[in-house]
Design a protein around this ligand. Structure first.
Ligand SMILES: NC(=O)c1ccc[n+]([C@@H]2O[C@H](COP(=O)([O-])OP(=O)(O)OC[C@H]3O[C@@H](n4cnc5c(N)ncnc54)[C@H](OP(=O)(O)O)[C@@H]3O)[C@@H](O)[C@H]2O)c1
Length: 274
């Protein structure tokens, strides 16, 4: 089982949940120390391996694909690694836009494409989306674009692979307390009365969705309702979110810049669900 983005947040909690259920994991991330620590703490560390790669780089993705653990074939691929930038579009640099699109949509597509011939049958591809893959939200225009695209990719590929033994699942958490989000996002959530899940709760739900092969999962209430409402009556959601716009802008404009050369590379990337 290959799990991307296992070195933190939802991915780390997923690794713990899956290992507890007996999975043999290839744990991916960029921070070797975090992955080694995680691996040692899992039940049966000898069943797990780690692989380091920046998925925004095609060379590093190619290196990941050469990992010997993948030669034996794969029964589960979880595309979980992701990043976001909580900011008005005009305040985002070209590089920040590119980073979100590369990691959140290009990387899962390219990894899945390259691994398709190595997927056993039956096999499952689970893509970790977001409520923002169905609700466009101010301050997250690029992140939403990437997660809408990931949802479309999951749905189309699932239909393409119908009857082949390979299932494609789209699993969408709402706001979750991880390093993806800066403190400003949690403060905004508190002001707007938006609930935040723990990575452990999200991981538990993801493993249930994986075991049941649930094609589409949306976590949290009222987010599930908003997702449906936005599909059917987007004008209503426009009006509801217009009331939050001033508050969102206040936090999005004050989301702190990255600490140069140190800290978590995604520490300034934030997500808040309505
Ligand atoms: N947190 C939320 O509010 C929330 C809500 C809905 C959906 N999601 C989605 O859930 C998934 C996991 O997010 P999270 O909240 O757990 O985030 P997180 O705590 O920031 O963890 C992100 C993971 O992605 C990896 N990663 C970041 N940039 C990478 C890159 N360029 N190349 C390879 N790996 C990279 C990180 O590895 P290193 O740390 O080793 O760099 C880390 O393992 C994402 O797809 C996110 O969009 C999150």
């Amino acid at each position: 089982m290959l799990l991307t983005g296992a070195s933190g947040g939802i991915g780390e909690a997923l690794a713990q949940e899956l290992a507890a259920q007996g999975a043999h994991l290839l744990l991916h991330g960029r921070r070797a120390s975090a992955l080694e620590r995680l691996c040692k703490a899992l039940p049966h560390p000898e069943h797990h391996q780690i692989v380091i790669a920046d998925l925004g780089s095609s060379q590093e993705r190619a290196r990941l694909l050469q990992h010997p653990a993948l030669d034996e074939g794969l029964d589960v691929l979880i595309n979980n690694a992701g990043c976001n930038q909580f900011a008005w579009l005009e305040d985002q640099s070209a590089e920040q836009v590119e980073r979100q699109l590369l990691l959140n949509i290009e990387a899962p597509i390219q990894l899945t494409r390259a691994l398709l011939p190595r997927l056993r049958k039956p096999a499952v591809v689970m893509n970790i989306g977001s409520s923002f893959g169905a609700i466009g939200y101010a301050g997250y225009s690029v992140y939403c674009a990437s997660k809408f695209a990931l949802r479309g990719f999951s749905e189309a590929l699932g239909r393409e692979l119908e009857g082949t033994g390979i299932k494609v699942l789209h699993f969408a958490p709402r706001a979750t307390r991880t390093r993806l989000n800066p403190e400003a996002a949690y403060e905004m959530n508190a002001e707007l009365g938006t609930r935040t899940d723990s990575p452990q709760d999200v991981a538990e739900a993801a493993v249930i969705a994986l075991c049941n092969e649930t094609r589409r999962s949306w976590l949290g209430w009222p987010e599930k309702l908003f997702v449906r409402l936005n599909g059917l009556l987007p004008g209503l959601v426009d009006k509801a979110l217009a009331k939050q716009r001033v508050i969102i802008e206040r936090y999005a404009r004050h989301s702190p810049p990255p600490a140069a050369g140190k800290g978590h590379p995604t520490a300034v990337m934030t997500e808040k669900e309505p």
